[in-house]
Design a protein around this ligand. Structure first.
Ligand code: SAM
Length: 231
C-alpha cells in the first residue's frame, strides 16, 4: 500500500499517521478478499473516500483533541479508525451490530497499536445503557441511515453541549429538513450543514448540538423507529 501512503502524505497527513492509515487500509483490502467489508479498494479511492473523508471533521476543528468520541455503524472502521489515528489523545468507541466487522477492527487495531474501544450491538439498544447514554462529547456516523432515523440511533450518546456529526452526500439539506422534527424531539439543534471531505466531492457534514436532554422514551425499538421515523 505504498501508493496509499504516498497519497496520504501528499494530502498533508503526518508521516507516522499516514503510515498507520496505509497499514490499516492494507488490512482492510486483505480481509475484503475473505469477507465483504467495503466496495472501495483502490489506493486513490481508499485514500479519499475512507481516510481523507473520515478525518476531515477533525481537521476542520469539530472534534476536540482529547474528545470522548463514538462512531456508530462503523463498518470496517470508518470514520472511527482514521480519527483514532489522527487524534491519538481522543478516546474512540466504535459500535456496530456486525460481529465479524467488530472482530476485524478489534484484531487489526490491536495489531497496529491503535487505541480504540469496540462494542458489538445495536446502537438503539446500547444507547439505553448508563455508560453510553449522553456521555460522549461527539458522536459521528457515516452511511448508516437517513437523518430522520439516524438521529434517534445516534444522538442519545451525546452529552449536553456535545455534537453529532453526520457525514452525508448531496442529500444533506433535504435530509436535514426532513429530520427537523426529530432533532427537536431529541433535544438537538441544527448548527450547520457545510461542505466537507476530499476536494471535488459533494460530501457534507451536518452538525447538531445537544441543547436539552433526550426524553427517556428514546431511543425506541428499531422496528418502531423504522416504521414511524420521528417527524
Ligand atoms: N460507517 C462505515 C462507512 O462509512 O464505511 C460503514 C457503513 S455500512 C454501509 C453501515 C454499517 O452500519 C454496517 O456495518 C451495519 O452493520 C451498521 N449498522 C446499521 N444499523 C445499525 C444499528 N442500529 N446499530 C449498530 N450498527 C448498525
Amino acid at each position: 500500500m505504498r501508493e496509499l501512503y504516498e497519497i496520504l502524505l501528499q494530502d498533508g497527513i503526518a508521516q507516522p499517521m499516514a503510515e498507520k492509515m496505509a497499514k490499516y487500509g492494507e488490512m482492510v483490502v486483505k480481509a475484503n478478499e475473505k469477507f465483504n467489508l467495503t466496495r472501495i479498494t483502490s489506493p486513490q479511492d481508499m485514500a479519499e473516500s475512507h481516510f481523507i473523508d473520515s478525518i476531515d471533521a477533525a481537521r476542520r476543528g469539530y472534534i476536540p483533541k482529547d474528545a470522548h468520541l463514538v462512531d456508530i455503524g462503523t463498518g470496517a472502521g470508518f470514520p472511527g479508525v482514521p480519527l483514532a489515528i489522527f487524534l491519538p489523545k481522543a478516546h474512540v468507541t466504535m459500535i456496530d451490530s456486525s460481529e465479524k466487522k467488530i472482530h476485524f477492527i478489534r484484531e487489526t487495531c490491536s495489531a497496529l497499536k491503535i487505541s480504540v474501544t469496540t462494542v458489538c450491538g445495536r446502537s438503539e439498544e446500547l444507547a439505553r445503557e448508563k455508560q453510553f447514554f449522553q456521555t460522549f462529547d461527539v458522536a459521528v456516523a457515516r452511511a448508516v441511515a437517513r437523518l430522520n432515523i439516524l438521529l434517534e440511533l445516534c444522538v442519545p450518546y451525546v452529552r449536553v453541549g456535545g455534537l453529532f456529526l453526520a457525514y452525508k452526500g448531496n442529500s444533506a439539506t433535504e435530509e436535514a429538513e426532513e429530520a427537523r422534527g426529530a432533532a427537536e424531539k431529541l433535544g438537538m439543534e441544527l448548527i450547520s450543514i457545510s461542505s466537507a471531505g476530499p476536494k471535488n466531492t459533494n460530501h457534507a457534514l451536518v452538525i447538531y448540538q445537544r441543547v436539552q436532554d433526550t426524553p427517556c422514551i428514546f431511543p425506541r425499538k428499531y422496528a418502531k423507529i423504522k416504521k414511524s421515523p420521528l417527524s
